[in-house]
Ligand binder design. Structure first.
Ligand code: NAD
Ligand code: IPM
Ligand code: MN
Length: 375
């Protein structure tokens, strides 16, 4: 029997609850389809940080490197200053494992209420390919206290071996943050988007930016889109400014097939994407390194207000689990999980509160597990 070793990081808030359901579903489908998952659970998150001061250790990252995948709940806790856990654990993993693709399907399933009037599952079925290691996420920036007129921009990411000198003449208190894009970084994600369009039988790739204002970084992005597109004459491409695309997602979601976006805009537009597919409780994502170890998680966060209440919708996380199984090669199991999710949503008998029902997180997990056993 094939055995997979998967790092399990439940994390904060509703993370442990939703991941518990995801794990149940994966174990069940494994029993049915004849594979086993050996879960290696890690305590990374707010409690662990507050107790030990540790975010994620180098040794842990190294240990995880030898595993088949990573399954993550969410990180972030109101007791900890914003960014500490998110940067120190989540982004550290994305960067360490060079998971340069953040793959986020935007797909409205039957039976799910859509806030867009008159839009159906036929209209909302596209995928956002978000760049996942660069842009405004590189961590280059600083806060300059008043009185410290001479300061240097700090470069925190080793890979960009550059040193900027910036003289700040006056005594103003300032903070700054920079975006960085490398040719290699942009090329690999844009190429991935065109390849994905080809694989899906799509005819168009939409590239997102804000080249009209942040012209250095995003005209570079546009050039690389143009260059890459020449290798795919059968696929057309278009550009959309990020402000406009939020409007088009609402007005004409049926236009989109594959959308490729720089890191920060990709983050923002996929919460909107989640909402047009029925909400954050239904939106999965994969942080992918096609040649290395990938990490799967819902795109939502730790939703602290629902922590420990057994109210969250676990479907986003279970769907992310299906993406993980697809990625490690258990494609039939992934397909089965998706079929069951679709059936349960279409029937509408079991519904968590975010999608208009009264069922708990674990009841939704149980319903999916039970249905899998009868498939
Ligand atoms: P959030 O995604 O955690 O929640 C926003 C709202 O969406 C919730 O209050 C809830 O109403 C709804 N929601 C989200 N997931 C749901 C689910 N599974 N079922 C039902 N409803 C759900 O966003 P936030 O409140 O802005 O962030 C909370 C914390 O999570 C912050 O610390 C943030 O940094 C962190 N965060 C982490 C990740 C991650 O780990 N990948 C992603 C986003 C945010
Ligand atoms: C997401 C989250 C993260 C991001 C945060 C928590 C670092 O919002 O996964 O969408 O911005 O990528
Ligand atoms: Mn986000």
């Amino acid at each position: 029997m094939t055995t997979y070793k998967i790092a399990l990081i439940p994390g904060d808030g509703i993370g442990p609850e939703v991941v518990h359901e995801g794990r149940k579903v994966i174990d069940t489908v494994g029993e049915i389809d004849g594979f086993e998952v050996k879960w290696e659970e890690y305590p990374m998150g707010a409690d662990h940080y507050l107790e030990t001061d540790e975010l994620i250790a180098e040794d842990t990252l190294e240990e995880i490197s030898s595993m088949d995948s990573i399954y993550l709940g969410a990180l972030g806790d109101p007791r900890v200053k914003p960014g500490i856990l998110e940067n120190g654990i989540l982004l550290t993993m994305r960067f360490y494992f060079d998971q340069y693709i953040n793959l986020r399907p935007i797909k409205l399933l039957e039976g799910v209420w859509c806030p867009l009037k008159d839009k159906t599952p036929e209209d909302i079925n596209f995928v956002v390919v978000r760049e996942n290691t660069e842009d405004f996420y590189v961590g280059i920036g600083n806060r300059v206290d008043p009185g410290k007129s001479q300061n240097h921009l700090e470069v925190l990411r080793e890979q960009y071996k550059v040193k900027f000198d910036l003289d700040i003449e006056n005594d103003d208190e300032i903070a700054y943050q920079m975006g960085v894009m490398s040719r290699k970084g942009a090329e690999r994600v844009i190429k991935y988007a065109f390849e994905l369009a080809k694989e899906r039988g799509d005819t168009k790739v939409t590239a997102v930016d804000k080249a009209n204002v942040l012209s250095h970084i995003y005209n570079f992005w546009r050039e690389i889109v143009e260059e890459t597109s020449r290798g795919y004459p059968e696929i057309e491409h278009e550009f959309s400014l990020v402000d406009a695309i939020t409007m088009w997602f609402v007005k004409n979601p049926e236009w989109f097939q594959v959308v490729v976006a720089p890191n920060m805009f990709g983050d923002i537009i996929t919460d909107l994407g989640a909402m047009i597919q029925g909400g954050l409780g239904l939106a999965p994502g994969g942080n992918i390194n096609p040649d290395g170890i990938s990490m799967f998680e819902p795109i939502h966060g730790s939703a602290p207000k629902y922590k420990g209440m057994n109210k969250a919708n676990p479907i986003a996380t279970i769907w992310a689990g299906a993406m993980m199984l697809d990625d490690i090669g258990e494609k039939e199991s992934a397909r089965k999980i998706m079929k069951v999710i679709e059936e349960i949503l279409k029937e509408g008998r079991v519904r968590t509160m975010d999608i208009g029902g009264k069922n708990t997180c674990s009841e939704m997990g149980d319903a999916i597990v039970e249905r899998l056993k009868t498939e």
